[in-house]
Design a protein around this ligand. Structure first.
Ligand code: NI
Length: 255
């Protein structure tokens, strides 16, 4: 298994980060992709990737913080940070019209600029979209994001949108929400070929059932794999092989 979306740099892991990482290995997690949410978090992600052979980093700015993105200086700053053998993608970037922590024009500008960085660096994109699919897809199209590809992390949308993004050449990833009652995620996962689905935790958030309410961590990606196997009516080993191969293909691993 690969946990393609972890936030081990967050302070929820300050007390036991090392043990959380070794628990993941014991649970069969081969690699962890740690996702930056701003310049500071991206730098810490990269430091983790330098410290642990099984961790890779994604660097970028979350849509929540888009209002601080400086279009004059930040693209070059991000390219400099991304120019490292353990950086495997740009993100998480995108649009969040649910929380609206940054004005929409700022979100769109920071997103488009980061797609340009990804294209310059020939790196794929890790995309956050919440209640903003039409604008997210429009910005991907207008900025030719298919040239680098990417993943819509913790995909939240309907079956039509899931098919649209996969037809465009992108992956979707599924996490703990797949295990929740009344979630739309199982229908989306059922509608998309397994080769286009990645596993993730988004830890420390979105803890899979039956552990909801506790802190999430990479070892729990096994619960997501089990649920996906049930939906696809395949055994867990096959889901593991196919989703691991998909993640390695997208992120160009191992390096
Ligand atoms: Ni995230």
């Amino acid at each position: 298994m690969i946990d393609t979306h972890a936030h081990l740099d967050f302070d929820q892991f300050d007390k036991d980060r090392e043990s959380v990482i070794s628990q993941a290995t014991v649970a069969g997690v081969e690699l962890i992709v740690n996702i930056g949410t701003d310049f500071r978090s991206s730098a810490i992600s990269l430091a983790l990737a330098e410290a642990y052979a099984n961790i890779y980093a994604v660097v970028g700015l979350h849509p929540h913080d888009s209002k601080v993105w400086d279009s004059k200086t930040d693209p070059a700053r991000l390219e400099k940070l991304a120019d490292h053998p353990k950086v495997v993608a740009i993100g998480e970037c995108g649009l969040d019209y649910y929380r609206n922590y940054s004005p929409h024009p700022d979100q769109k500008r920071a997103f488009a600029d980061q797609i340009a960085v990804a294209r310059n660096m020939k790196l794929p994109l890790v995309i956050h979209n919440r209640d903003a699919f039409p604008d997210t897809f429009d910005i991907l199209l207008k900025n030719s994001a298919h040239k680098v590809g990417g993943v819509m992390h913790c995909f939240a949308g309907d079956v039509e949108q899931a098919r649209q993004i996969v037809d465009y050449g992108f992956y979707i990833s599924v996490g703990g929400r797949l295990t929740y009652k009344n979630s739309a995620d199982p229908a989306n996962a059922a509608a998309v070929p397994l080769e286009k689905i990645l596993l993730e935790t988004d830890c420390p958030f979105l803890t899979p059932a039956p552990l909801r309410g506790k802190r999430n961590h990479p070892a729990l990606v096994a619960l997501v794999r089990a649920k996906l196997a049930e939906i696809k009516q395949l055994d867990e080993d096959e889901v593991d092989d196919v989703t691991t191969a998909a993640a390695k293909k997208l992120f160009g691993l191992p390096r």
